[in-house]
Ligand binder design. Structure first.
Ligand code: AMP
Length: 396
């Protein structure tokens, strides 16, 4: 039984085909630049060890899905002989608003509710909907499941999700904290509980990638998270500012005569590590450049300091912490950044073992022997989590 996982962006489709229930990856790929003059697709048939790259015009998501299906069933690089061998499709949907506290079977009602969330996620949800409708047109009656970045955070209490602004903004526009990366936070939390043999643990999960967020998980439930109404709030990210005085944007907008749209663009695409370093949003480049570039060093220091502040505040939120987990491209791959975030926290029971930290990969702990708080690196796998939810909800 095979499940196809689709992560549809505004001009891209990422996909993975899984054999279930063992969650073995059969094929994966990425189609980019949909709608542009030349689109690019890279497809990999995992077990065959074969790869195919295509460059051709792909007009829209439906044409993109047709191309992906033709490769999945291709004689040379295909992994199934017929589309009927796809039993279910799992779609990543960014924003489920308050309507979805769990992954859900896609029905006409589900689609309407996702459409309703477009108002608060105009940049993200339309792309997810395009992926859903393209698959539905081609695969007709195959069962599909929507998995939301926000749903894991629906357990956050009102005093943590409300902003201290006029209440009518919530009534009228549903302005509140939603949180994102929920699929990843939930997945690595589950892996921590298994690896550390601590069911229902209290854990601080740090998902540190180009987008980054921290979540406080209490006995399996998200009780606070750093991202907000949109993914802009919280940590210093690759190109997003994260937290700041909300007066900064209005001050600069009046000084520089900027529109709300221009400001949104700067805060999302030209800020964060890139904005401060004036160099790059890529942590690898910054680590290298920081040896001689003071702005690169400042950007790294700000990044680590912000994560440390969230860890401290979520320790207070949770009261008792069993573990801190690092995931995402930076969290999984940079012992240097993990070490810098955790330095000076011994008194709080956070004791990083430098040698174990330098070797930690995949799923590994790196706290000093007998330290009260476990420190883990756990590789996230959002696609696998989506495949599992799809299987459990639609096919089991
Ligand atoms: P993600 O968005 O989770 O794919 O993560 C992307 C980020 O991970 C980029 O900033 C990369 O620079 C960073 N990254 C990946 N590998 C490493 C590494 N070995 N050291 C430092 N940063 C890394």
């Amino acid at each position: 039984m095979n499940v196809l996982v689709i992560n549809s962006g505004s001009s891209s489709i990422k996909y993975q085909l899984f054999a279930m229930p063992e969650a073995k990856v059969l094929a994966k790929g990425l189609l980019e630049k949909i709608g542009e003059e030349t689109s690019a697709l890279k497809h990999t048939a995992v077990e065959k060890g074969k790869e195919k790259k295509l460059e051709q015009k792909v007009a829209d998501h439906k044409a993109g899905m047709s191309l992906i299906f033709s490769l999945l069933t291709d004689k040379e690089v295909g992994v199934i002989s017929d589309m009927n061998e796809i039993s279910g499709v799992g779609h990543r949907v960014v924003h489920g608003g308050e309507a979805f506290s769990n992954s859900t079977l896609i029905t006409d009602e589900t689609v309407k509710a996702i459409e309703a969330c477009c108002e608060i996620a105009p940049l993200h949800n339309p792309a997810g909907l395009q992926g859903i409708s393209a698959c539905k047109e081609i695969l007709k009656d195959v069962k599909m499941v929507a998995v939301f970045d926000t749903s894991f955070h629906q357990t956050i209490p009102d005093y943590a999700y409300m902003y201290a602004v006029p209440y009518e903004w919530y009534d009228k526009y549903k302005v509140r904290r939603y949180g994102f990366h929920g699929t990843s936070h939930k997945y690595v939390y589950g892996e921590f509980c298994k690896a550390a043999n601590k069911p229902n643990a209290n854990v601080i999960v740090c998902h540190l990638g180009n987008g980054a967020s921290v979540t406080a998980v209490k006995e399996g439930k998200s009780v606070d998270t750093s991202m907000g109404l949109t993914p802009l709030e919280g940590l210093v990210m690759g190109t997003r500012s994260g937290d700041m005085d909300p007066a900064v944007p209005t001050f600069i907008m009046s000084k520089e005569n900027m529109s709300a749209k221009d400001m949104d663009n700067v805060l999302n695409k030209k800020s964060g590590l890139l904005g401060v370093s004036c160099l790059s949003n890529d942590m690898r480049n910054l680590e290298e450049a920081a040896k001689s570039n003071t702005k690169a060093e400042l950007a790294i220091t700000m990044f680590c300091y912000r994560v440390k502040k969230y860890i401290g505040s979520y320790m207070a939120v949770l009261g008792h912490v069993d573990g801190i987990v690092f995931t995402g491209g930076i969290g999984e791959n940079s012992p240097y950044i993990r070490g810098r975030i955790l330095e000076g926290l011994d008194e709080l029971g956070i004791k990083c073992d430098a040698d174990k930290n330098s070797k930690a990969r995949g799923c590994a702990n790196f706290e000093k022997d007998n330290a009260p708080i476990k420190l883990y690196v756990i590789a996230t796998d959002e696609e696998k989590a989506i495949a599992m939810d799809t299987y459990n909800i639609a096919l089991k």
